[in-house]
Design a protein around this ligand. Structure first.
Ligand SMILES: C[C@@](CO)(OP(=O)(O)O)[C@H](O)COP(=O)(O)OP(=O)(O)OC[C@H]1O[C@@H](n2ccc(N)nc2=O)[C@H](O)[C@@H]1O
Ligand SMILES: Nc1ncnc2c1ncn2[C@@H]1O[C@H](COP(=O)(O)OP(=O)(O)O)[C@@H](O)[C@H]1O
Length: 280
């Protein structure tokens, strides 16, 4: 009987543009995703004698039944490979739940990759990503584990090279916001892809501090003024840009260097988490 333990990073969307809507109601996005390894969950999978998938989790708001994205991923893996599911899965959450940082999606991608490793790679990454997109739009990105330009509803992933270190402060909140709510209540109309990812990345890499953008932020800050207030506070503490992460409510801010990140972290009167993306 073997077991495997893996780390599941969070994510942030430096820009999130909504460029259209599919017939099934899903929105087409253009987004620059960054993996955030400093804020990560831990997932362990143990092979056991009993049939089935059991999940335990240290966070009370995370379902431990078939509604868990980890369960859905494990079931999809078993169905596709015809491997009998005999798995005890433990999940330690650090990524804010329903916080716009992709925690459940990251857990699901890690489940696919961990099971694939445990059973000697019966599936290719593309096969796993094709199964994953049916479970959640954000999951395919988490197979890459590096910055990426994400299009479609989340299935089209182009790696992006970030050559400058990024210093980010995250401000989590305990109330959840569903992605479906954010998309349903977003402002009317679609962007025509105004944000050019190559140009955006060039500015990041040239230390020109491009502003973040989130198409969903307007609806989120209208409904939850606390988020607008938090973003303003972050700017007043020296951030060069601040925004809501994905469908919220987690807010984040970008700083020029480690000193200004530390200063804001110390001065902010709310719990916050520092994260660094250090260029190689
Ligand atoms: C907003 C984003 C930005 O990265 O992330 P989060 O903030 O949730 O982490 C994603 O687009 C969220 O992806 P994810 O959370 O995986 O979405 P899903 O579970 O597949 O879908 C939940 C619901 O959100 C809406 N949805 C999701 C993705 C998308 N491209 N268009 C949509 O309209 C649909 O109403 C869908 O029923
Ligand atoms: N493994 C999981 N971790 C967190 N939430 C999960 C998980 N599986 C299912 N969920 C449910 O999915 C919803 C979205 O959670 P999460 O992925 O953390 O947020 P977001 O989509 O905002 O990034 C939550 O309401 C939670 O009940």
């Amino acid at each position: 009987m073997s077991s495997i333990t893996v780390s599941c990073p969070g994510k942030v969307n430096l820009f999130l543009d909504v460029v259209g809507k599919r017939q099934d109601g899903y929105h087409l996005i253009e987004s620059l995703f960054l993996p955030i390894t400093d804020i990560a969950d831990t997932l362990s999978i143990k092979q056991v004698d009993t049939e089935g998938i059991s999940i335990s989790c240290d966070h009370p708001d995370v379902p431990t039944d078939s509604k868990n994205l980890v369960y859905k991923a494990a079931q999809a893996f078993a169905d596709k490979t015809k491997i009998e599911a005999t798995w005890q899965i433990t999940l330690d959450k650090n990524i804010p739940v329903a916080g716009g940082m992709g925690g459940g999606s990251s857990n699901a991608a890690s489940t696919f990759m961990a099971l694939n490793q445990l059973y000697n790679h019966p599936l290719t990454k593309t096969e796993m990503q094709q199964l994953a997109i049916k479970i959640g739009a954000d999951i395919p990105f988490f197979f890459e584990k590096s910055p990426a330009f994400v299009q479609g509803i989340g299935e089209k992933i182009t790696p992006v090279k970030i050559e400058e270190s990024l210093f980010i402060l995250f401000v989590p909140f305990t109330f959840p916001i569903a992605a479906s709510w954010a998309y349903k209540n977003r402002q009317a109309g679609f962007s025509h892809g105004e944000i050019n990812c190559a140009e955006y990345t060039r500015k990041l890499n040239a230390n020109e501090s491009p502003d973040t953008y989130n198409d969903l932020a307007h609806a989120l800050t209208e409904k939850f003024p606390l988020l607008k207030q938090t973003c303003e506070e972050l700017l007043s503490l020296g951030a060069y840009s601040s925004n809501v992460s994905g469908s919220g409510p987690t807010c984040f801010a970008l700083f020029k260097d480690e000193e200004s990140l530390d200063l804001a972290h110390n001065k902010l009167k709310r719990p916050s988490i520092k994260a660094k993306l250090i260029s190689s």
